[in-house]
Design a protein around this ligand. Structure first.
Ligand code: CO8
Length: 372
């Protein structure tokens, strides 16, 4: 059975940045408009006024300082608060496919192969822009790949779950070169009008190329082992879906965007992830001393520090557990892959590390890799 290897990664980063200052100014302007519109109800204590958001809170609670988005004008317009994406005809590449192409081109270049070498494309993301045909099949055609392609969604764990699928298929011999691509356009399904979470997300796309190890032409990472786990929870949820129009209460649209009970997520996911990583390491005969790096899901800096400390048995050095969320915010499934892509070149043959994602579902996925 051939061993699977990660032979290339790529990141598409949008050109537009929203700083916390810009975000808070827009949110507070929206709150002023809303409060003026509901002044009578607020005065009669029928509803509460919307309080202001604050930059200090955002940095202290999350570690996030800015985020990239595909369109900032729509997000920052207090009368709108979601992006403007131009309508596309069915004959044009969809937006997810377009950004996927960019990330995939970079990953393929690093792997030293072309799209025609690829025989599996998995588009793994926390929202897919249409039901069918699969965006992955569109991407397959755009990059000139053969074989087959499909979409999958495990929210923040989509990338690691996709990597496990691709690695298993490579080991089984059913594919020779796989691309797992994560176009995360979170700005489209985020609720920018909710003070509790308006600062959390950003847009990005990551791509990972996997091949049998003997096909790798340059430096690569052996996939030593993968592990995925899920446990049902309503604490991170989005109710948008095709049955929506069959129901009567169409006017309530808040639950069609990202919703979470952040405190409970924080409390429940931390032990789940720490135990998952500890079990995975123990089963692979690995101790903290064997690990050079942790590339964790990028949702919250305090959360990552806690997990890093649990796994390493001490506070990890910054270069042992790189964070990118201060610049990118939470990019759902792409976060751990951005960290891996940007902070793995310096490892030397024999160095080991773990890519780990966690989020809605709940879901947690870990990939143990070794530099070769
Ligand atoms: N400005 C000022 N004050 C605020 C703000 C704000 N923006 N927001 C809340 N506050 C106030 C609250 O009102 C509260 O005030 P009080 O104490 O008077 O009641 C106080 O600050 C504390 O509020 P919280 O308890 O909510 O704050 P926390 O310290 O818990 O921090 C976090 C909030 C940052 C959200 C934190 O709970 C967290 O990070 N939790 C984990 C989140 C997480 O990891 N979620 C994973 C989601 S991602 C995922 O799975 C992918 C889903 C699919 C992608 C969707 C893309 C759109």
């Amino acid at each position: 059975m051939p061993n699977a290897a990660i032979t290339g990664t790529g990141v598409f980063t949008p050109s537009e940045i929203i700083t916390n200052a810009e975000l808070v100014t827009a949110y507070n302007a929206y709150a002023d408009l809303w409060n003026a519109e509901h002044a009578d109800d607020i005065a009669a204590e029928k509803t509460a006024a919307k309080p202001y958001s604050s930059e200090d809170f955002i940095v202290a609670a999350s570690g996030i300082e800015r985020r990239y988005v595909i369109d900032k004008t729509g997000v920052l317009d207090p009368t709108r608060m979601y992006p403007h994406f131009r309508a596309r005809s069915d004959d044009e590449p969809s937006l997810m496919a377009e950004i996927a192409q960019d990330a995939i081109a970079k990953a393929l270049a690093q792997a030293g192969i072309t799209g025609t070498d690829v025989d599996l494309v998995i588009c793994a993301a926390s929202n897919i822009e249409r039901a069918y045909p699969a965006v992955a099949v569109e991407i397959q055609q755009l990059i000139g790949a053969g074989g087959f392609a499909f979409d999958m969604n495990v929210a923040c764990s989509s990338a690691t779950f996709g990597i496990q699928l691709a690695a298993d298929m490579i080991k089984a011999g059913s594919v020779r070169a796989a691309v797992v691509v994560n176009p995360e356009i979170t700005s489209g399904h985020h609720e920018w009008r909710d003070r509790d979470c308006h600062f959390i997300f950003g847009d990005v796309c990551t791509a990972t190329v996997l091949q049998p190890e003997d096909a790798a032409s340059g430096a690569h990472f052996k996939v030593l082992s993968t592990r995925c786990a899920t446990e049902f929870s309503n604490n991170i949820r989005n109710n948008a879906g095709f049955l929506r129009r069959t129901r009567d209460q169409m006017e309530d649209r808040r639950d069609m965007q990202f919703m979470q009970n952040g405190r409970r997520v924080f409390k429940e996911v931390l032990p789940m992830v720490s135990q998952h990583m500890a079990d995975h390491m123990a089963d692979e005969g690995l101790t903290a001393d064997d690990l050079k790096r942790l590339w964790l899901h990028q949702a919250n800096k305090t959360m990552n520090s806690y997990i890093g400390k649990k796994v390493m048995g001490r506070d990890p050095e910054p270069d042992e557990q790189p964070n990118i969320l201060q610049d990118y915010a939470n990019t759902s499934s792409a976060g751990s892959i951005i960290a891996f892509s940007k902070y793995s070149d310096d490892l030397v043959p024999g160095d080991k590390g773990i890519i780990c994602s966690f989020g809605a579902g709940y879901s947690v996925g870990s990939v143990v890799v070794e530099r070769a």
